[in-house]
Design a protein around this ligand. Structure first.
Ligand code: HSE
Length: 425
């Protein structure tokens, strides 16, 4: 039977889950896949954690050369997160001819071309199923199950922390700051929650998924990004009146040109993504032949993400040659492949003074910039004689909308443009 040695760089949450699956399922994998996969080395300075997991101390060290110099170790799984030392250790392993499996979306999305080139030069494999949407096998689906399609769009709830926060704000009317604190207490959000709540984590995943789907690298600087920290329960509730559910989505489209963005979105309640609640993730993909597909499941956690890592380990162990995508050789990013700006429908909440003619003035400003209004809701004035007016527009360009809002802010009687949320069908 084929025997393959594996090393783990770190055994924190996901590394620990991976160790558990690889050891508990060793016989199962032997029976089903005909490969004996043995964890031969663990790079970890936290020996207490290794003891907790029952790892033989003889295979634990903090010296990467124990991995790079061991010819029996063929596959290295990286769990450090962040850029360094993850990137440098991965490069050392690739240069030693080891295939690398990583869950590290930030490091991978920022360094993919460099890592791919080093992997090629050293006949090593580079696998990253766990980098996007944890246990949901979206990368294999895009690369190995949809080859007969032009993928035309991806819409994904790819961050569990923000989906947990928005679901609670919506279901319980709890404000953003309280939900964030609870998410931190539950271990969903980091002490520094920026990567999640400001949309960086979703942007990294959007880059990786869109590149795979459209077979062209979609770098981070081509992705518009906006997070959820400005979202108010008030807008979620007005959205409900209009039949919408609020989600943070990674959206990319590939019709004439590619556009990619991460921001809060009002979706119709009947859209399948609207029912994805709590910390769950889902990716909705459209292929020109298959139509719409939805992939749903846990986007984080020790065993779900470990499941994705183990699938890559088995895939890498089974291949005689590393997997390559032909398009990965194209390193140049061509500006002409990308839309200069995007179009959307918009939900806009404007606070105005309760004076006659104000609605007409705001409507005229929208008209001036060719922003067509689909619906208007005017609410009762509050004690201070200010009132919210909500507009939902037809499809318009981002630049037209921004120009109209600038104009509207200058109208006498307009207190503020209080919220701007894009609406998707
Ligand atoms: N922080 C991420 C999330 C974990 O909330 O989904 C997986 O990338």
């Amino acid at each position: 039977m084929k025997k393959v040695g594996v090393a783990l760089l770190g055994v924190g949450v996901v590394g620990g889950g991976t160790y558990e699956i690889l050891t508990k399922k060793r016989e199962y994998i032997k029976q089903n896949d005909g490969i004996d996969i043995e964890v031969m080395h663990v790079l970890e300075r936290n020996t207490t954690r290794c003891d907790e997991l029952g790892i033989n101390p003889a295979i634990v060290s903090t010296d990467i050369t124990n991995i790079t110099k061991n010819p029996d170790i063929k596959i290295v799984c990286e769990f450090f997160g962040g850029i360094e030392p993850a990137r440098s250790f991965i490069i050392e392993c690739l240069k030693a001819g080891k295939s690398v499996v990583t869950a590290n979306k930030e490091m991978f999305s920022k360094n993919w071309p460099e890592l791919e080139q080093i992997a090629r030069e050293n006949n090593a494999g580079l696998y990253f199923e766990a980098s996007c949407v944890g246990g949901v096998p979206i990368i294999h689906a895009l690369t190995d199950s949809m080859q007969g399609n032009k993928v035309q769009s991806i819409k994904g709830i790819v961050n569990g922390t923000t989906n947990y926060i928005l679901s609670r704000m919506s279901d319980e009317g709890v404000d953003y700051a309280t939900c964030l604190k609870d998410a931190q207490a539950l271990g969903y959000a980091e002490a520094n929650p920026t990567a999640d709540v400001d949309g960086f984590d979703a942007m990294y995943k959007c880059s990786i998924l869109s590149s795979l789907a459209y077979k062209k690298r979609v770098p981070l600087d081509k992705i518009y990004r906006e997070g959820i920290s400005q979202i108010k329960v008030e807008d979620i509730n007005y959205g409900k009146e209009l039949g919408y559910t609020l989600k943070l989505l990674a959206i990319s489209k590939n019709y004439d040109k590619i556009e990619a963005r991460v921001h809060p979105v009002f979706l119709p309640n009947e859209h399948p993504l609207s029912s994805v609640k709590g910390s769950f993730n889902a990716v909705y993909v459209n292929g020109d032949n298959v139509g719409d597909l939805m992939f749903y499941g846990r986007g984080a956690g020790a065993l779900p993400t470990g499941s994705a890592i183990v699938s890559d380990v088995i895939f890498a162990a089974a291949q005689d040659k590393p997997r390559r995508f032909a398009w990965e050789e194209v390193k140049e990013v061509n500006d002409a492949d990308f839309e200069k700006e995007f179009s959307s429908k918009y939900y806009v909440r404007i606070t105005v003074k309760d004076v006659s003619g104000i609605l007409a003035k705001v409507s005229a400003a929208f008209e001036k910039f060719n922003v067509s209004i689909n619906a208007v809701i005017q609410k009762d004035a509050k004690d201070n004689a200010e009132l919210p007016i909500i507009f939902v527009t037809h499809l318009t360009t981002e630049s037209s909308m921004q120009a109209a809002l600038k104009d509207i802010e200058g109208i006498d009687g307009v207190v503020e443009v209080a919220a701007l949320i894009r609406v998707e069908d």
